[in-house]
Write a protein that binds this ligand. Sequence first.
Ligand SMILES: [Zn+2]
Length: 257
Amino acid sequence: MLNLIDTHAHLTFTELADSIDDVLARSIAAGITKWITVGTDAEHNEQAVKLSQKYENLYAALGIHPHYASEYSPSHLQRLVELIGSGKVVAIGETGLDFHYNFSKQDSQRDLFKRLLEIASLCRLPVIVHSRNALDETMQLLEKYADRTTKIVFHCWSGTIEETRAIIDRDYYISFTGIITFKNGDIARECVKTVPLERMMIETDCPYMSPEPVRKQKINEPALMIHTAKKIAELKGVDLETLAEQLEVNTREFFGI
Ligand SMILES: [Zn+2]
């Protein structure tokens, strides 16, 4: 029996939340037995904590996505800090910079990212980073605003080999989604080969990013992460059980669960 952990799921999104019991049952049957549900705004942070209190092996990360950086208010951050005290909050995130879509002004994104990094450092929580078309600046802000001991994971990774090496050189972690199974995912697969097993995590980013061979399935869910795990095992030349064990060690150490 596998014990994989989906380190980045949006289980509070209606696509999944409306049938959460079935979603989690299918996940357990597939060998994905723990989940971190990731907040993207004030409302989903509230729901993430509630969900984590209801289900034993489900944990919460609290953050505000860079897409919504323009909308955040100081009261949202104050509430986020209060929620950390409610237990089962294992990380700050997601947070970061998205200069690809630029749904929020870049200055708002920077400002929010800095604040969340400071909160993570003060509360001694690891950080789940979203970075798109903004790696240099993401790295600079991490260096400047995160405490040296703060653990960092780049989620849904799809950068270049060079960028991957830069992240690993800084002792950060990298988390892979179904992108590594996509037909056009050659670079992502090279990245999997580049990242040492001890520095790797796995996630769905559901309800998005269904992996091959079920990419047609519009709503991704934790059960489907098995396809991503199998592909990583193949690329690393290890069996699935060995991979699952190593990923579990990484994830437990990183998030303290
Ligand atoms: Zn996400």
